[in-house]
Design a protein around this ligand. Structure first.
Ligand code: KIV
Ligand code: ZN
Length: 519
């Protein structure tokens, strides 16, 4: 199984990624991301944690039904109820997979209070149960990198004998280092009976900033499945970033002769889409997908680039789907030019979508001299959705040195227009107070952040907000040339997401509230 040089890419943006505090995605957004992952050549999509909530279950089922080439996987703890629910969701896929896990390290064994023998028996029973439902079963010993070596070998052998087809070795707390990561997989393959009949996978978290290096090292050790997320989204410091491992394997094929099926030209598009729907903006200096990843500031670098781009670039921007330099559009540009530019940026839009974006493009071009690629991306990725219960209809703000600042606002709430006038300590505060007056809520603002999409005083501002209500967190984003309008839309966007989260969370089964203790 580990002889081939093909490495499977297992994307868990919709499961582990969505576990990042605040990275809630709506049902339709999850379907859209799954479709993009499938199109870019991801081998296995972990679409969610079906027992976690009715919303998760529905999303996994729908993604399974719509899947084209990818295997669709769902997560389940080590109990029959979780596994049955997972199977109910993934069984619609052309290629379904059940992923079941249990924490095997001393710290994790202590939580369900199982002895080593009891846990071994639980692993045997649950993997057998999963395998009776589905031919394709992945098993993970959570916190494998802090599990005693002998016990790890013992439980991996049990899982293989019970029918697991993929053994995933998670570095749950981002504790391992590259040399150790390679060595662990190598030794497991050499020592566990039956190891040659299964695929070994690597799942690394980034707590010490070594996730990508650890995943690549695990491949050197014999792993043939890398688990990762777009933009490295995930719990705490996140997971291995899909774009990093895939590009590293492509660019350094000379020393890492492994291949993936990923169409790397689709990377930038999906990265931006995930940033928007999750509300987690990509840091400017993030490898591959950051805004500065292909930017050259110093004179020496710019001079070198003009003479030969290889002086300071190890890959071409086009390889990851960044269009080369191209002229901005303006208010005289027509529908055909817009369509061509969007196609160049990787968007193949239906006529009705193009019409909608064309109207917004014209509106933006009236306010802004030149509309750059990033402006267009921001337009395409506007978060407004037909499912939203709250919508901003109009906003007029009075601000300046003579207070109080006032916001006159009209919102549509569940289909009905409502309006108010509110004051505040500054235009943004007045605007947020108007939203609170029209839609009273207990959610607290945790973060408010403004950044410019492009340069110049007429640049669009992207505003991100993070809100918290009863332990649930949601983020919202919006872009507009008017910073206060962008702020209002971002705030309303976060509220809409909180409402989705409220509906999704059946008591006891909220994904953020699922306790591993229930295993
Ligand atoms: O990090 C981890 O251990 C996980 C498991 C559920 C595979 O995400
Ligand atoms: Zn994880």
């Amino acid at each position: 199984m580990t002889k081939s040089n093909e490495v499977l890419i297992f994307d868990t943006t919709l499961r582990d990624g969505e576990q990042s505090p605040g990275a809630t995605m709506t049902h339709n957004e999850k379907l859209e991301i799954a479709e993009l992952l499938d199109e870019m050549g991801v081998d296995i999509i972990e679409a969610g944690f079906p027992i976690a909530s009715e919303g998760d279950f529905q999303a996994v089922s729908e993604i399974a039904k719509l899947s084209k080439s990818a295997t669709i996987c769902g997560l389940s703890r080590a109990n029959y109820k979780d596994i049955d629910r997972c199977w109910e969701a993934v069984k619609h896929a052309k290629s379904p997979r059940i992923h079941t896990f249990i924490g095997t390290s001393p710290l994790h064994r202590a939580i369900p209070n199982l002895t080593m023998d009891e846990m071994a028996e639980r692993i045997h029973d649950t993997v057998t149960h999963a395998r009776n439902l589905c031919d394709n079963v992945q098993w993970s010993p959570m916190d494998a990198t802090r599990t005693e070596w002998d016990y790890l070998c013992r439980v991996v052998e049990i899982a293989i004998k019970a029918g697991a087809t993929t053994i995933n070795i998670p570095d749950t707390v981002g504790y391992t280092a590259p040399v150790e990561s390679a060595d662990l997989i190598r030794r497991l393959i050499a020592n566990v009976p039956g190891a040659e009949d299964v695929i070994f996978a690597t799942h690394c978290h980034n707590d010490l900033g070594m996730a990508t290096a650890n995943s690549l090292a695990a491949v050197e050790g014999g792993a043939r499945q890398i688990e990762c997320t777009i933009n490295g989204l995930g719990e705490r410091a996140g997971n291995t970033a899909l774009e990093e491992v895939v590009m590293a394997l492509k660019v350094r094929h000379d020393i890492m002769p492994y291949t993936t099926r990923i169409d790397t030209r689709k990377i930038m598009n999906i990265s931006r889409r995930v940033a928007t729907v999750s509300g987690f903006a990509v840091q400017f200096n993030k490898a591959i997908v950051g805004k500065n990843a292909f930017a050259h500031e110093s004179g020496i670098h710019q001079d070198g680039m003009l003479k030969n781009r290889e002086t300071f670039e190890v890959m071409k921007p086009e390889d990851v789907g960044l269009a080369g330099t191209s002229l901005p559009l303006g208010k005289h540009s027509g529908r055909a030019a817009l369509r061509a530019k969007l196609a160049e940026l990787g968007f193949d839009l239906a006529d009705n979508q193009l019409n909608d974006i064309f109207v917004r493009f014209k509106d933006l071009a009236d306010r802004k001299k030149e509309v750059f690629d990033d402006d267009l991306m921001a337009l395409v990725y506007q978060n407004d959705s037909a499912e939203d219960r709250l919508k901003l209809k109009s906003l007029r703000v009075v601000c300046g040195t003579q207070g109080p600042q006032t916001a006159d606002m009209v919102m549509e709430i569940d289909g009905a227009d409502v309006e108010t006038s509110a004051t505040g300590d500054g235009p943004v505060d007045a605007t947020f107070n108007a939203v609170k007056a029209l839609f009273p809520h207990r959610a607290r603002l945790q973060l408010y952040q403004v950044s410019a999409v492009t340069e110049g005083t007429d640049a669009q501002a992207t505003v991100s907000v993070r809100m918290e209500e009863d332990g649930r967190i949601a983020t919202g984003q919006s872009a507009d040339t008017d910073t206060v309008v962008a702020s209002a839309k971002a705030y309303i966007n976060a509220l809409n997401r909180l409402l989705v989260r409220r509906e999704q969370s059946a008591p006891g089964y909220d994904v953020k509230g699922v306790s591993y203790k229930d295993t």
